[in-house]
Design a protein around this ligand. Structure first.
Ligand code: UDP
Length: 456
């Protein structure tokens, strides 16, 4: 490791969709001459190291460190309420000890700035104690932050109770250029049970308070994509879409090993022919819904690449409909974890059946791919509205009377997306717009210069 470069500490919220974009940012910074120590939870650190491809090494570029998250090995880290509680109990002290250890070393090793996930207010408190600069990184849409900033008003007006539960079913639209959202679909109401919602809502309000005292806020978005939201949250500086294709680096940060063989399979498919179905790192399906998706993909009669994580459904090896794997083997490829950004950039891909996590949204947009939106959790409902209603690059998968998305609906919507060229044209226009004005690149350069000039 070269010495004499300004040293920053980057800390993501410990979930896949938060680790990956901050890792992108960290690699961009490292490539611009900044020394980065990336702090994962011990649990995630082990997964990330295990998932790194054999021929890749991250240590030349950035240093990895880890601290405990306060949960036992066997506990469910997808229970965000429990995870948040455990983290708040244990991580502040551990982080403080880590900064103490680094800062008690040589002068040139000292941390000049902590870059933490917007939601980790304790990290900013630790930074404050050591007198180092504070930067928040928002891995979600700026629209989500604008809605979160509006939450106290909704509580005051009796639209939400003080735990964030909607008391009225209303539609909120902060600007005509922003997605409208029903109160029952606000991110914190779609996060789990009532206990999880209460913990996450209160933690969010605390983050908003804490963000008033930080130096910088960066977000994985762009001015072209979210002009209205960025007007509302003018302190946010967009540096996205943060896509791996934009830099030379390594693919570190994945919790599961990417199955690169599916790219060779894609090479054999005709251009603009293949449906890509992937639902991020969190989504779980019940057995009926999983079957309908399988049968829907079969009904489309098109090539498809489908990511079926081991934990997407109980007993995933045996959940497929009878005979399905045999019937689709010539045109269907199923993987446990895909190199998603490379997949979306492949010429064979025609459309993306997505849960609309913000990273997947940025990656689909950044590659000019139309979406079939199938939101499941948290802010995905808001993102789906951006995609379908504001940007016009996708369609919504509509649930039927049984509460699920049926196979015929999947077939119908894929036919519409692929049969009507306007979706692809619009997706390509949005792709061009997203990166065109250069603001994100300039913001990133300016941020790097700011880091280099910090004097403690
Ligand atoms: N991802 C991937 N391979 C997969 C599925 C997802 O690399 O097979 C990546 C995807 O590119 C994205 C992240 O995992 O960067 C998922 O983040 P997102 O915000 O879309 O969803 P979340 O996992 O947070 O629900």
């Amino acid at each position: 490791m070269k010495m004499g470069r300004p040293h920053v500490l980057a800390i993501p919220y410990p979930a896949q969709g938060h680790v990956l974009p901050l890792m992108e940012l960290a690699q961009c910074m490292a490539n611009s001459g900044i020394r980065v120590t990336f702090v994962n939870t011990e649990f995630n650190h082990r997964r990330i190291v295990k998932a790194l491809p054999d021929n890749e090494s991250i240590s030349e570029l950035i240093e990895l460190a880890s601290i405990p998250d306060g949960m036992e090995l066997w506990e469910d880290r997808n229970d965000l309420g429990k995870l948040t509680e455990a983290m708040l109990r244990v991580m502040p002290e551990k982080l403080e000890a880590l900064v103490e250890e680094i800062n008690s070393g040589a002068e040139e090793d000292k941390i000049v700035c902590v870059i933490a996930d917007y939601g980790l207010s304790f990290a900013f408190e630790v930074a404050e104690k050591f007198g180092v600069k504070k930067t928040a990184f928002l891995p979600a849409s700026v629209a989500l932050l604008a809605l979160a900033l509006d939450a106290p008003r909704l509580v005051d007006e009796g639209i939400l109770d003080c735990d964030g539960t909607p008391l009225k079913d209303e539609t909120i639209r902060l600007s005509l250029d922003m997605p409208e959202i029903r109160t029952v679909d606000l991110a914190w109401t779609r996060i789990g049970d009532a206990a999880a919602q209460k913990i996450c809502f209160n933690s969010m309000l605390k983050s908003i308070e804490s963000a008033k005292h930080i130096d910088r806020i960066l977000c994985n978005s762009s001015r072209a994509l979210e002009p209205a939201a960025l007007k509302i949250v003018s302190a946010c500086s967009p540096v996205g879409p943060l896509l791996a294709s934009a830099r030379l680096g390594c693919s570190a940060g994945h919790f599961w090993q990417e199955d690169a063989a599916c790219l060779e399979w894609l090479d054999e498919q005709p251009s603009n022919s293949t449906v890509y179905a992937a639902f991020g790192s969190f989504t779980v399906f019940d057995r009926i819904q999983f079957r309908e998706l399988a049968l829907g993909l079969e009904l489309t009669n098109r090539p498809f690449l489908w990511v079926v994580r081991n934990d997407i459904i109980d007993d995933s090896d045996n959940a497929f409909p009878d005979g399905f794997l045999d019937r689709v083997k010539l045109r269907g490829k199923i993987v446990k974890w895909a190199p998603q950004q490379k997949v979306l950039g492949h010429t064979a891909i025609a459309c993306f059946i997505s849960h609309c996590g913000w990273n997947s949204t940025m990656e689909g947009v950044g590659n000019g791919v139309p979406f079939l939106c199938w939101p499941y959790f948290a802010d995905q409902f808001l993102n789906a509205t951006y995609i379908a209603d504001c940007w016009g690059v996708g369609l919504a998968a509509v649930k039927d009377g049984s509460g699920g998305v049926g196979r015929e609906e999947i077939k119908r919507k894929i036919e519409r997306l692929m049969g009507d060229e306007r979706y692809k044209v619009r997706a390509l226009e949005l792709q061009a717009m997203a990166g065109e004005d250069g603001t994100s690149g300039k913001n990133l350069e300016e941020f790097v210069e700011w880091i280099k000039e910090i004097k403690l």
